[in-house]
Design a protein. Structure first.
Length: 358
């Protein structure tokens, strides 16, 4: 009997459903994901060469009321492993806002000012992002989210904060999930936007969801950093895809905002640092969860979920009840993945109600 080669989709399903994934299977799958993405870049005629040194790169910022990064007060603090950058504003009970990917502290720029009227708002850059240091980029283990949990605990200690409200989005939803279990006494209440909890991986990497999760496996490839950072324009087009596609309003990000975001991404190590989080936490073989992460939390927690989020769909919220027993969920019909950006007034209002009401 002659064996027939399975279709690509079935082959991927076999790999994902197997208990043990061989290196050969993993390399074959990642190569296909990477080459498919490389082809998309080439097909879009993106420039694959850096501009000549000293060449002019127009930014053409439009006049607006956007609070640019320079409009905030910036601080740094030396932690055990990294020097962490953060923005701080306001007075009141401490409130920590944690960003995800693709992003950096500035994804909260529409929230910091209004919330600072009620809280001492502290918004750090995660290790590997923004203006926080990038540990050895060749050592992927330094980008496991367990390290971020320790960074944020050390940040609180350095700022003499005994207890705080915390808000996590995207990757920071995983950090928040871990943090409130390991450092329960440091957290008053939490809010998690687009939650990622144990059990997320198989759904996210499933064959049916791969049209949304493909980028996570492209990020595993060494050439991914070279392709995305090959020029400023390549960087901008790559990241703009996610800010547009993951938002309910596909025209959410203005040209001015996209230039500010690109200014951040083109800083040395920022693309590589962000990709390393996928290599350490969301590859086919990675294990982001500890036994403690798989325990039930009784911390008062508010979940906000955009029903238009294609990458972390709101239908996956049925997993929340497995890990939390003192929570509320609000679904936002006209919101996508970036609720703090898409619906800042709603997010600010819900945080005040959740954290300041008795």
């Amino acid at each position: 009997m002659t064996a027939t080669k399975p279709e690509h989709g079935q082959e991927l399903a076999n790999v994902l459903q197997s208990d043990r994934i061989s290196d050969a299977d993993r390399r074959r799958f990642l190569k296909r994901a990477g080459l498919a993405t490389m082809g998309a870049f080439l097909g879009a005629n993106l420039p694959l060469q850096q501009p000549a040194p000293g060449s002019f790169i127009p930014k053409a910022y439009a006049a607006s009321n956007i609070r640019k990064p320079a409009d905030f007060k910036h601080h740094t603090v030396q932690l055990k492993d990294v020097k962490m950058h953060y923005v701080r504003e306001g007075k009141g009970p401490p409130l920590l806002l944690w960003h995800g990917w693709p992003g950096f502290w500035w994804e909260w720029h529409k929230n910091i000012g209004p919330l600072a009227e009620h809280f001492d708002v502290i918004v750090p850059d995660m290790r590997g992002y923004g203006d926080t240091e990038k540990p050895d980029l060749k050592d992927v283990s330094k980008y496991h989210l367990n390290n971020v949990v320790e960074d944020y605990a050390q940040l609180m200690e350095a700022l003499d904060i005994k207890q705080a409200y915390i808000v996590g989005h995207d990757y920071a939803s995983v950090v928040a999930h871990k943090f409130i279990r390991k450092y329960r006494s440091k957290v008053k209440k939490a809010c998690i936007i687009d939650a990622i909890v144990p059990g997320f991986g198989p759904r996210y990497l499933s064959v049916g969801h791969f049209p949304e999760s493909w980028y996570s496996q492209f990020h595993q490839l060494d050439m991914a950093v070279d392709v995305v950072t090959s020029s400023r324009e390549a960087t901008k087009i790559y990241f703009k895809h996610f800010f547009s596609h993951w938002s309910y309003n596909k025209n959410l990000i203005t040209d001015e905002e996209m230039e500010i975001l690109t200014d951040n991404f083109v800083k040395p190590g920022n693309v590589h640092g962000g990709f390393n989080f996928y290599r350490a936490n969301l590859s086919i073989t990675s294990n982001p969860w500890t036994p403690l992460d798989r325990t039930i939390s009784d911390l008062p927690t508010t979940f906000l979920w955009g029903m238009g989020d294609p990458v972390v769909p709101s239908v996956w919220s049925n997993d929340i009840a497995l890990w939390y027993n003192n929570y509320s969920i609000e679904y936002v019909p006209d919101g996508g993945h970036f609720l703090m950006w898409e619906k800042p007034d709603l997010v600010n209002d819900r945080l005040k109600k959740a954290f300041l009401s008795m």
